[in-house]
Ligand binder design. Structure first.
Ligand code: HEM
Length: 429
């Protein structure tokens, strides 16, 4: 971070403010605010300080001095001035590399970011995302089966965990190039490894002391084993995709998943990316696409349940434009304007006004995320009535920050809709 904010013009030296000139909470010597900050509630603490110290303040976290900006226009300016004037913190990339991963787009800076961005964008543009529709439909219908069983048994669905399995299935199907199906198995091996890896990335990013460079605790050794297993699986997925593409060269023209699209980009004559870049981005696409999309869906379901008139309007739209999940098409999903507006409003309420960021590093997965969300919501609204959505512990829904911010402990109970029952009996299911 630069020492003063460049918002388009360079102020005269006497007008320039330095980090140390800004207001902010007083911290302990050496530790700063480190002992006060709880990673899972970090966003709430930063918001509270914003109300107290204004839209631009400083705080210290160990030896790291941090500038916090809560002003929309300034944030937009900063985001747009990347990569020339600002960059992602180097720490994320260092931690990922230390764990044993190749650097992927989310953590990369400078020329590594430039060349990887082209490759990832090529796999996530709207045209390619449309080609992934059959994979996404498969995952959506599988989830409907699971929810149908829960509805018929009157079982409560652990909303966040269940939606996470849906988004993992969707992202992993596209990033691995194979169907991993976490939805129907409670002991999926890859998912167990990822569940160990992703929270560690978050924790190490916020750790006061990088103890793991000096001492290996049992949890660090378990992490090493998980990283090695996932890396080996990824190498296998890349080899498998290359083999399929050799047998069927048409896949080079029309890749069916993200892995194939990235391999095509890596193999082009003028390409400056290689299999390490591909492997690094397989893991980044899983990380970036999992809980962001699952959390948004969970909040959206909670908000719609609390606003029945909006829920019924969304349901009416789905009934008239996309009534049968088995027959969903990309065109139907694109026509669901009200549902799309509900997703945008959910993100505005829970992530302020630039949910996908801005400028050259804007989220390349946004088309995929919006399509996944429309498919999941259209399936839910066409097939089920929502009986309850509430935290297991009662009271109001609490927020929890990990890679993104989600609701804590929501349980959902569904009932099959009448039309759904009729279709089921007609099909003899
Ligand atoms: C509702 C779902 C999602 C939300 C709210 C979201 C939000 C974001 C945000 C805020 C950023 C940072 C943008 C910036 O720095 O300006 C980002 C970056 C990124 N997102 Fe997403 N995202 C979502 C889903 C996805 C999905 C499904 C994928 C891919 C499978 C994805 C892949 C990425 C990648 C690779 C980056 C890094 C881009 C770069 O640094 O150049 N995201 N996302």
């Amino acid at each position: 971070m630069q020492r003063h904010l460049d918002t388009g013009h360079t102020p005269a030296p006497e007008q320039q403010r330095h980090l140390s000139d800004l207001p902010g909470p007083r911290g302990l010597p050496w530790l700063g605010q480190a002992l006060r900050l709880r990673p899972a509630r970090l966003h709430l603490q930063l918001e509270a300080w914003g109300r107290q110290y204004g839209p631009c303040y400083q705080c210290r976290f160990g030896q790291r001095a941090i500038l916090v900006v809560a002003d929309h226009a300034t944030i937009q300016t900063l985001l747009r001035k990347r990569p020339e004037r600002f960059r992602r913190p180097l720490l994320g990339g260092r931690i990922a590399r230390e764990m044993g991963f190749d650097e992927g787009l989310f953590f990369a800076n400078d020329e590594v970011w430039q060349r990887q961005r082209r490759m990832v964008m090529a796999g996530l543009d709207p045209g390619h995302v449309k080609a992934y529709f059959p994979t996404l439909l498969n995952v959506t219908l599988r989830r409907r089966s699971r929810w149908r069983a829960a509805a018929q048994n009157g079982a409560r669905i652990d909303l966040q965990a269940d939606l996470m399995r849906f988004t993992v299935d969707a992202s992993a199907g596209l990033a691995f190039g194979v169907d991993v199906n976490t939805l129907d198995s409670d002991d999926d091996v890859i998912q167990q490894h990822l569940n160990r890896i992703f929270p560690k990335l978050h924790k190490r990013g916020l750790a006061l002391l990088p103890y793991w460079r000096y001492v290996r605790l049992p949890s660090d050794r378990a992490l090493d084993r998980s990283v090695a297993a996932v890396q080996e699986a990824i190498r296998g997925f890349i080899a498998g995709a290359r083999h399929r593409m050799q047998l069927d060269p048409s896949l080079r023209e029309q890749p069916r998943n993200l892995l194939e699209a990235m391999i095509c980009a890596a193999d082009r004559a003028d390409s400056d990316v290689n299999d390490h870049d591909v492997a690094g981005n397989v893991i980044v696409l899983l990380l970036a696409g999992e809980d962001t999309t699952a959390n948004t869906l969970a909040w959206m379901i909670e908000l719609l349940h609390r606003h029945p008139e909006a829920l019924e309007r969304a349901r009416a739209e789905v009934r008239s434009l996309a009534p049968d999940p088995a027959g969903f098409t990309p065109e139907q999903m694109a026509a669901l304007d009200y549902l799309d507006a509900c997703a945008q409003e959910t993100m505005r309420l829970k992530r302020v006004s630039m949910p996908f960021g801005a400028g050259p590093r804007i989220c390349p997965g946004r088309y995929l995320a919006l399509l996944e969300m429309n498919m999941a919501m259209a399936m839910l609204l066409s097939s089920f009535g929502i009986e309850t959505v509430a935290p297991a512990e009662g009271g109001t829904t609490r927020e929890h920050l990990s890679f993104s911010m989600g609701p804590v402990g929501l349980r959902m109970r569904l009932r099959p809709l009448h039309g759904e029952f009729q279709r089921l009996s007609a099909n003899g299911a």
